[in-house]
Design a protein around this ligand. Structure first.
Ligand code: FES
Length: 190
């Protein structure tokens, strides 16, 4: 994949670099609405691949309300900076009655899918999600799509909220969060 268009991000391993888009609104989402991701294979890379694979993305230009998408370990990863209003609204929500209260976050210290345990950087409102619907593996639409203003998978109507939590539809689990950490403006995946 070409790697000469990375003013919005850079990647340690150029072979894996694949910055797909950075933007707001629905631009860029058309064309992936019904793309079925090869779910089983891509979500279960070998242990050796996992151990060796990391990727760095510069998120310094990511403004509140913006979303970018990269490809990591052959799966789409959504990176979004939430607005203050979105953060405040999400903080008020009761997780206990949601379809999946588990944070699905290997970086989390807690056990509830709240703001603290769903965000990679709660202070800046940075959420990082593996962009594969937990129903049958389609790539959901983002940028505030769906009834809960997060991500929407039109294949069978799964609605995820601004923290990527499943709120309505057949998907059984929240969008998973990859192993990730942030140092300054650099997001490290893996
Ligand atoms: S694959 Fe997402 S709702 Fe069916």
């Amino acid at each position: 994949m070409a790697n000469d268009h990375d003013e919005k991000g850079h990647v340690a391993d150029e072979d894996r670099r694949d910055i797909l888009f950075l933007g707001t609104g629905a631009v860029g989402a058309v064309g992936i609405a019904s793309a079925v991701w090869p779910f089983v294979d891509q979500m279960n890379p070998s242990a050796s691949v996992l151990a060796l694979s990391t990727m760095e993305v510069d998120i310094g230009d990511l403004e509140p309300g913006q979303e970018m998408k990269v490809s990591f370990l052959k799966a789409p990863v959504f990176i979004r900076r939430m607005t203050e209003d979105e953060l405040a609204s999400a903080a008020d929500e009761d997780v206990s009655g949601m379809p999946d209260p588990d944070p699905r976050n290997p970086n989390a210290t807690g056990s509830v899918a709240d703001v603290q345990d769903r965000l990679v950087d709660a202070e800046r409102g940075i959420i990082v999600l593996t962009g594969v619907c937990t129903h049958l593996g389609c790539v959901p639409l983002g940028d505030g799509a769906g009834d809960y203003k997060g991500w929407f998978c039109p294949c069978h109507g799964s609605h995820y909220d601004s923290l990527g939590r499943i709120r309505k539809g057949p998907a059984p689990e929240n969008l998973p969060i990859p192993v990730a950490s942030i140092d300054g403006d650099i997001l490290k995946l893996g």
